[in-house]
Design a protein around this ligand. Structure first.
Ligand SMILES: [Zn+2]
Length: 427
């Protein structure tokens, strides 16, 4: 009743205020919907306190409980941080934060000797201040997430110094890209005439293609250390598999993900005939710095660490073995290469303009297809055990609310993937 009355009142307002009201209404509707979904999923974390019988074979109750508590903490965190940012956004709109920042930018420009004709300069100062504001208000949340939640559950590997250096670097690199690109964009809009939106769209398309091209080679290495995978059995087998499906592999890298967290991953990148595979060191049982102690005991050669932080990491090593066996790493890669062979990357780029919900649905479909592809490569059994291990290492929670997972998960729930693999394992 109250909502409809305020809707009525909205239509009697002048156009500006109507748009303003519509933005607020839309933002709160989305927020409430997502909070509703999150509460549904949260109820699952709270009530599913025992390993469901169908999962008994693949998950021990200790891992299950660990993952349950981790997901509960994460959901509490995202409830409060989500509430904060929704209220912050609303207050900024209500109290005219954006026009205020615009006037402030104008004053800065005037102070620096630019007249009012320098609208583009004023826009850039505005952008700089806005991103600075959002970085600063986001910082406490990000600190809490890394050093309280991830730390508590044994994932965090960062020191405070590393974190702050990383944050400053990220801000500077973002500005180095954002400011020149937006000043060009504003210039194009200014001189573009009636068809400015076509030119602006083309420009942003070109910029995003360029960024995708240079990201892995020039931007990612600013933040993380990439080293070529040493010659050996794993590398050979990766090359054999790539060749068997005509994947134009040029290099295999290991990225030092363990500097940040013990979450693990693998991906490939590159255009046309120049594809590279990146494996997180945390994915590789034989390579993971997190297993260093175990490796030393077993007499294997741990990898050399160029920088002096290994002591800190070593101090944080939890007494558990992390990562996958070579065969399992290959199975995971078989899945990743499935994404390539089936053209998912290109399809994703084309569809990325569409609503994110459709993308999520499609992405889950692609996950099944890539699993089936890895299975065709004869990796069903190893992928099966790799998925279980990765879920364990990352403390993924295997049970989810139907609506919540439909809306959010880009990957199908573990159990569904295992079931699909299982039916094929028997083939
Ligand atoms: Zn995938």
């Amino acid at each position: 009743m109250g909502m409809w009355a305020s809707l009525d009142a909205m239509w009697e307002m002048p156009a500006e205020k109507r748009i303003f009201g519509a933005v607020l209404l839309f933002s709160w509707t989305v927020y409430l919907w997502e909070t509703f979904l999150a509460q549904r999923q949260r109820r699952i974390y709270k009530t599913t306190t025992r390993v469901p019988p169908e999962l008994g074979q693949i998950m021990d109750s200790e891992t299950f409980e660990k993952s349950r508590l981790y997901q509960l903490d994460k959901s509490t965190f995202s409830f409060w941080s989500g509430l904060y940012s929704e209220i912050e956004g609303t207050l900024i709109l209500l109290f005219g934060g954006i026009p205020y920042l615009w006037r402030l930018s104008g004053r800065f420009c005037g102070f620096a000797g630019f007249g009012p004709e320098y609208e583009i300069t004023q826009s850039l100062v505005f952008l700089l201040l806005a991103t600075l504001f959002s970085a600063l208000t986001g910082l406490p949340w990000s600190l809490y997430n890394t050093f309280v939640i991830e730390e508590k559950h044994g994932f965090n590997q960062q020191t405070l110094g590393f974190f702050m250096k990383d944050a400053v670097k990220k801000f500077i690199v973002t500005q180095c890209i954002l400011l020149p690109v937006s000043s060009l964009l504003l210039y194009i809009i200014k001189i573009g005439g009636d068809y400015f939106f076509i030119y602006a769209w083309l420009f942003t398309l070109v910029v995003s293609l360029v960024l995708v091209t240079i990201y892995a080679d020039y931007i990612a290495p600013l933040f993380d250390k990439f080293t070529p995978l040493p010659e050996g059995k794993l590398k050979q087998e990766i090359e054999v598999m790539a060749k068997s499906i005509d994947f134009p592999l040029t290099k295999v890298y290991v990225v030092e993900g363990s500097k940040r967290s013990s979450h693990s991953n693998a991906y490939f990148y590159g255009f046309f005939k120049n594809k590279r595979i990146v494996l997180f060191d945390t994915l590789l049982e034989e390579y993971s710095v997190l297993n260093k102690d175990i490796l030393e005991e077993s007499g294997m050669e741990p990898r050399k660490d160029g920088e002096g932080d290994s002591e800190e990491i070593k101090a944080k090593v939890k007494n558990k073995k992390q990562g996958c066996k070579n065969e399992e790493v290959l199975a995971v890669l078989g899945h990743e290469l499935g994404h390539w062979k089936l053209g998912h990357t290109v399809k994703n780029i084309i569809i990325s303009q569409v609503l994110s919900f459709c993308l999520t649905v499609l992405s889950r479909r692609f996950e099944f297809q890539a699993d089936a592809f890895a299975k065709k490569l004869g990796k069903a059994n190893d992928l099966y055990s790799a998925l279980i291990k990765l879920n364990k290492d990352n403390l993924g929670f295997p049970v989810s609310d139907r609506l919540f997972s439909m809306w959010h998960y880009s990957h199908p729930p573990l159990l569904e993937r295992l079931r699909a693999l299982e039916s094929s394992k028997r083939d």
